[in-house]
Design a protein around this ligand. Structure first.
Ligand code: PEP
Ligand code: NA
Ligand code: MN
Length: 645
């Protein structure tokens, strides 16, 4: 049984000794933060999390007893949460940045803001294709009708955590107050959490203040579905860069509630990074070693659900090459005194999409998630194993009876999916069998190349390389991809997702481009920039995938590896950048028809002229006067190169 910190809320007896830690021992800035928020949210109890395994186990048991988690008996310390079906993904329409000046946060669109539905309950929210903004006054109003008493009947957990290894030169500290023990358990996997962080908090200025509540004070008249309290009508995820603060109300789902991840490491992170001259990016980081034993590191930005986790954990099909994983979602990157770009993965775990993950697509991820893992919204068997669409299907072909993510009986003839398309695993990074030996290196790993990519069924070749840094910034700015299940979008429409950061920009995208342009300086070893597309389809996007992907992607990484060594013999100039010379690209042992290879690398002038026009229009309408000319000049140069052939 757990005897956590129990501070009597009426008196806020914070001086009382607490669970393995004395409140008066807490740094003053942290005490102030806790007191300020506890006074508003009025939790029954306050629990300072120490991050111990005993505490973790006690919280899992609590969640099991109250019906929020089930133990997966056939697995080793694995757990399953089924959410309210209304709370299954990030809610971009309810996510915003609050600054005094709107221009700091979003470019002013040429033809006005998006229509905002009053049912959002977000007064005067300004919505654009590149982020949402609210004024401090309107935020004050919205907090006023949400926060007072929002934690009544619940415990406020205090979660101190580090993004990046504790004490690392690129690492940063956060403290999340949450009334969700599910969030605490996931935070313990996804961050370095607990008492060891407290020594790093000298005053308020050194940590990002995060407040999270499911928004269902007790007792409640609301219907709680699946023992997953949430408040979808009032959900909001607010970022206050001027106060170094995040406030998330009404959703327990990962991207909205594990505030170290998207909210801190990307949105606030990108703002801090701009201020301090570094980069906070939506990128995986991998180590790649060639058959001669030479090792390099590569970072890659793909939109959600485009296979960042699969690439980061790839098993190469070509003998002699080795891939090791540093991170699968976020990179913090800083130039050191020697001018090398150094990257860390600020996270401590993987919060990955389950459907499509299998022993054939990502055996390394499958090995990573066999123990100490929290699953959310997957299907399971009566005897306690997990299942999802695209897992190797023995279970289902044997006609096994499953329980779907909605808690209903499920067989392969059922109409609805067994697992939610955005169902997730949450697993410790150290369990990854190919975790890089330097993955926790405090100074980060040296980055030789940056890759952008997306799901592009049509027109975009397998690989091309920017002519220079400015061209690479244009390539990042023009990333587009087919929509995914990680957010609330419907259907397979191709969306712009600049730098794969569209849902995660902390500030005006035009300024973000300027920041990227400003990073190229005399004396710095700038990484080469590439664009890849594993998802091109035959018959102009209507047919089947031209490229097998997965382990075969090593052939593309091999070309990139050689290019970062300066091998000019393998590249040729095209209007969009350098591309592999015919026959320079390693196709040995690849069983695909010559026609498909030609199609994979083909450039269609009419497609590209149309593409450039569409991107130009997108920039003009959405980035408008905030867009730096250097980016527009790159677009014009590409068009000229096409018109000259
Ligand atoms: C999330 O939605 O919680 C999340 C981590 O998103 P993504 O898959 O985009 O990284
Ligand atoms: Na549940
Ligand atoms: Mn992501």
């Amino acid at each position: 049984q757990m005897s956590p910190v129990l501070a009597d809320n009426k008196m806020l007896k914070l001086k009382k000794s607490c669970y393995k830690c004395n409140m008066t021992d807490l740094p003053q800035g942290l005490q102030n933060f806790i007191e300020e928020k506890a006074r508003v949210c009025q939790p029954d109890k306050i629990h300072i999390c120490d991050g111990s395994i005993e505490e973790y186990n006690a919280l899992l048991e609590l969640l099991q007893v109250n019906g929020s988690l089930q133990k997966l008996e056939k697995m080793d310390d694995c757990w399953l949460a089924l959410t309210d079906p209304k709370d299954v993904a990030r809610v971009e329409s309810r996510t915003f940045i609050c600054t005094k000046s709107m221009r700091d946060t979003i470019p002013t669109p040429k033809h006005g803001f998006k229509e905002v539905d009053s049912s959002l309950n977000l007064r005067n929210l300004k919505c654009t294709a590149l982020g949402n903004w609210m004024s401090p006054e309107d935020l004050e109003y919205e907090l006023g009708r949400r926060l007072p008493g929002c934690m009544k009947g619940r415990t406020m957990y205090v979660v101190p955590y580090s993004m990046g290894s504790v004490g690392g030169s690129i690492s940063k500290i956060g403290v999340e107050l949450t009334d969700s023990p599910y969030v605490v358990c996931n935070m313990r996997i996804m961050t370095r959490m607990g008492i060891k962080i407290l020594g790093k908090i000298e005053d308020e200025s050194v940590f990002v203040k995060c407040l999270h509540t499911v928004g269902v004070p007790l007792p409640t008249k609301m219907t709680i579905v699946n023992n997953w309290p949430c408040n979808p009508e009032m959900t909001m995820v607010a970022h206050l860069p001027e106060k170094n603060e995040v406030i998330s109300f009404g959703s327990g789902y990962g991207g909205n509630s594990l505030l170290g991840k998207k909210c801190f490491a990307l949105r606030l992170g990108s703002i801090i990074a701009k201020r301090e001259g570094w980069m906070a990016e939506h990128m995986l980081i991998l180590g790649i070693t060639n058959p001669q034993g030479v090792k390099k590191y590569i970072a890659a930005a793909f939109p959600s659900a485009c296979g960042k986790t699969n690439l980061a954990m790839m098993t190469p099909s070509v003998p002699g090459w080795k891939i090791e994983c540093v991170g699968d979602d976020i990179a913090w990157m800083k130039f050191n005194e020697k001018g090398e770009l150094r990257a860390i993965n600020p996270e401590n775990g993987f919060f990955g999409v389950c459907p499509g993950t299998s022993n054939s697509t990502n055996p390394i991820a499958m090995k990573t998630i066999q123990k100490h893992t929290i699953f959310t919204n997957v299907a399971h068997t009566a005897d306690g194993e997990v299942y999802w669409e695209g897992m190797d299907d023995n279970m289902v072909s044997h006609g096994e009876h499953l329980i779907s993510w909605k808690g209903k009986d499920w067989t392969k003839d059922s109409k609805e999916p067994a697992a939610h398309p955005n169902s997730r695993f949450c697993a410790p990074a150290e369990q990854c069998p190919i975790i890089d030996p330097n993955w926790e290196s405090p100074e980060g790993v040296p980055i030789s190349a940056i890759i952008f990519g997306g799901r592009r069924p049509q027109g975009v070749p397998l690989i091309y390389e920017a002519f220079n840094w400015e061209h690479g910034v244009y390539i990042g700015a023009s990333v587009k991809s087919e929509a995914t299940a990680a957010a609330e979008h419907k259907g397979k429409v191709i969306m712009h997702d600049p730098f794969a950061m569209r849902p995660f920009f902390g500030y005006n995208f035009g300024d973000y481009c300027k920041h990227w342009l400003s990073l190229s300086k005399e004396g710095r070893k700038m990484p080469k920039i590439f664009h890849v597309n594993w998802f091109r389809k035959s018959d102009n996007g209507q047919g089947s995938f031209l490229w097998p992907g997965f382990g075969e992607n090593i052939r593309v990484l091999e070309w990139i590896f050689k290019r970062t060594d300066g091998d000019d013999s393998i590249a040729q100039k095209t209007p969009i950048g350098y591309m592999p010379k015919v026959d320079s690209f390693d196709m040995e042992g690849l069983n695909i028809p010559v026609g498909c290879i030609q199609e994979l690398f083909s450039l269609d002038k009419q497609f590209w002229l149309g593409e450039l026009e569409e991107i130009e229009k997108y920039f003009d309408q959405n980035v408008n006067i905030s867009m730096p000319n250097e980016v527009l000049d790159q677009l014009s140069s590409i068009r000229e190169r096409f018109l000259n052939i």
